[in-house]
Design a protein. Structure first.
Length: 329
């Protein structure tokens, strides 16, 4: 999911899970049943009409959801161009978010929902629902999205840089990062599986092609033939900032399990992909995954639903933005 594109210890994790559980208790399925009964259908219809014409957006919108939730929780803060409460640059300008796409898509959905129910449905809920519906329309799994999130009023680029795990992450840093959000190693693996429909720019992994300094007796974690092919046909220079590379070239438009097969064959683009095979626990789970079906392993309650509940704002916290790119005046 990274650029994401491009999951220290378990006592701390247990404490964090308990804290997270208390913070999203007010989310509920069909939260808008009375206040805006057509909201979820309007969102779904918009996605189902638009995404088949631009299937690569599905990955972008799922990545946006991930990047939103990992900074201040799932509160739509990644959508903000500016805020009234801070002079800091917003999350959008942070390095991990500079290649995010789909903001105009979210604006289109918000406009459609506002026409039906002004000032009722949060941008944070729209992001969560759009991410799920976009994956489903590409043949991926369905997961429940309880709603009732409210929009945050603070967005800080430095927090995005500090909280979003980079594609160069090793296993230890991934485990720490995901544990800090109440997510375990199974969640780490399953959420990484979103790379099956993603694309990346060369700088996210070019150091694996050009700067690897092999230690005697040690191989690069990227398959040598695959690396040579990428250098010859895709990332012809370490400074190539424009070329886009599919993270799962074997089935880039379909949400399936082939990404995990590539990871086992040392063909995951990112260092963070390769890191999943350096732990016996996560590698074992990947081996189980490739024997099953995508919908079986993203069954409820799953990693996607857990991620969507990270540090959400409910009740009287935050606001319901009129426009997703700006806080209410």
């Amino acid at each position: 999911m990274a650029k994401f594109g491009d999951l220290s210890n378990f006592l701390v994790l247990c404490i964090l899970v308990g804290i997270a559980g208390s913070s999203y208790g007010q989310l509920q399925l069909n939260f808008y049943a009375k206040s805006c009964p057509q909201a979820e259908k309007i969102i779904q219809d918009y996605v189902y009409k638009q995404i088949p014409n631009a299937p690569s957006l599905a990955a972008a919108l799922l990545r946006m959801h991930f990047h939103d939730c990992f900074v201040r929780g799932c509160d739509g803060s990644v959508l903000l161009n500016f805020t009234s409460s801070t002079k800091n640059q917003t999350e959008k300008v942070a390095v991990p978010n500079q290649t995010l796409r789909g903001f105009s898509f979210i604006d289109g959905v918000k406009k459609a929902v506002e026409a039906e129910c002004p000032g009722v449905v949060s941008c944070a809920d729209i992001v969560a629902l759009v991410a799920r519906d976009s994956v489903v329309v590409t043949g991926g799994p369905y997961w429940k999205v309880p709603t009732g999130r409210r929009d945050g009023e603070i967005s800080n680029a430095s927090e995005a840089l500090a909280n979003i795990p980079p594609p160069t992450s090793n296993f230890s840093s991934l485990q720490t990062s995901f544990a800090s959000k109440g997510l375990d190693l199974k969640d780490l693996v399953l959420l990484s599986g979103a790379h099956t429909i993603g694309v990346s720019h060369c700088p996210s992994f070019s150091s694996r092609l050009y700067n690897f300094t092999g230690v005697w007796g040690k191989k690069s974690s990227l398959d040598s033939e695959y690396a040579a092919n990428l250098k010859m046909k895709k990332c012809k220079s370490i400074n190539d900032n424009t070329t886009i590379v599919e993270m799962d070239p074997e089935s880039s438009s379909k949400f399936d399990l082939s990404y995990f097969q590539l990871v086992l064959r040392r063909k995951g683009l990112f260092q963070s992909d390769a890191a999943l095979t350096t732990s016996a626990t996560t590698k074992s789970f990947i081996n189980q995954l490739v024997q099953g079906s995508v919908k079986q392993f993203y069954a409820e309650p799953g990693a996607m639903e857990k991620m969507g509940k990270i540090e959400v704002k409910t009740g009287s916290a935050g606001e319901i933005r009129k426009h997703c790119a700006a806080v209410n005046s």
